[in-house]
Design a protein around this ligand. Structure first.
Ligand SMILES: Nc1ncnc2c1ncn2[C@@H]1O[C@H](COP(=O)(O)OP(=O)(O)OP(=O)(O)O)[C@@H](O)[C@H]1O
Length: 207
């Protein structure tokens, strides 16, 4: 009996030893990843001022995060359109942009890339709440924007939500306080502002 108890004790302690080692390894891994992310952010930020639209021929010429570059690559976006080439750099530098280009010229992507990069630069996480609120005049445009966002933001950790009429209000309300990027139509947004008590825009970075 004593022997069995003793054996069990040894086994248990070695199990805890393994657990502690694994925990430490995870901690080290997270620390290393965090340090690499910080280095990447600093390097990218320094390159913003040097962006010259005339010298951009591919998306990889922009100082974009690896997660965004991977998203673009997988979505098959390689060469920026004219509106993208002309505006993305200006937005990355933090300026507001009013752009006009014909239908189908890639305005949605031009507009979304800096949104994602800005949240990434600010190390936005789930607990920071709503960081970007995108109000679209129609459900179709909101949906189109959401689709592009899901493609290019695939490798980022942000959460995104499509808040448009015709969907279950309570279901949206349950998730809204955990959403980092909201794409919505004005009517539905007002409804949540009126009826969802914990809908909070206090931390909002971009409208
Ligand atoms: N750089 C790019 N390379 C290849 N395809 C692209 C690029 N940018 C956008 N596209 C594609 O071109 C199509 C039109 O893009 P998008 O709908 O964003 O244009 P838009 O100017 O926002 O249109 P609208 O005026 O209708 O809102 C989409 O299928 C999109 O995936």
């Amino acid at each position: 009996m004593a022997q069995r108890t003793g054996t069990r004790h040894v086994n248990r302690s070695s199990k805890y030893g393994k657990g502690a080692r694994a925990k430490q390894q995870r901690k080290n891994f997270r620390k290393e990843r965090w340090e690499n992310d910080m280095k990447e952010l600093e390097t990218l930020k320094k390159r913003y001022e040097d962006i010259d639209s005339a010298s951009i021929s591919k998306f990889t010429d922009f100082p974009l995060s690896k997660k965004t570059r991977d998203g673009l690559l997988e979505a098959g976006y390689d060469v920026p359109t004219e509106i993208q080439r002309e505006t993305i750099g200006v937005s990355l530098k933090g300026h507001d942009v009013l752009g006009a280009a014909k239908t189908g010229s890639g305005k949605t992507l031009a507009f979304l890339l800096p949104v994602i990069e800005c949240l990434y630069q600010n190390r936005w996480t789930a607990i920071d709440g709503l960081g970007a609120l995108i109000i679209s005049p129609t459900r179709e445009l909101a949906y189109q924007t959401f689709e592009v966002l899901c493609k290019i933001g695939k490798h980022h950790d942000f959460s995104a939500g499509l808040i448009i009429g015709g969907k279950d209000l309570q279901e949206e309300a349950d998730k809204i306080h955990r959403t980092n990027i909201i794409i919505c139509t004005p009517g539905r947004l007002l409804q949540h502002m009126d009826e969802t008590s914990y809908f909070d825009c206090c931390n909002l970075l971009m409208l």
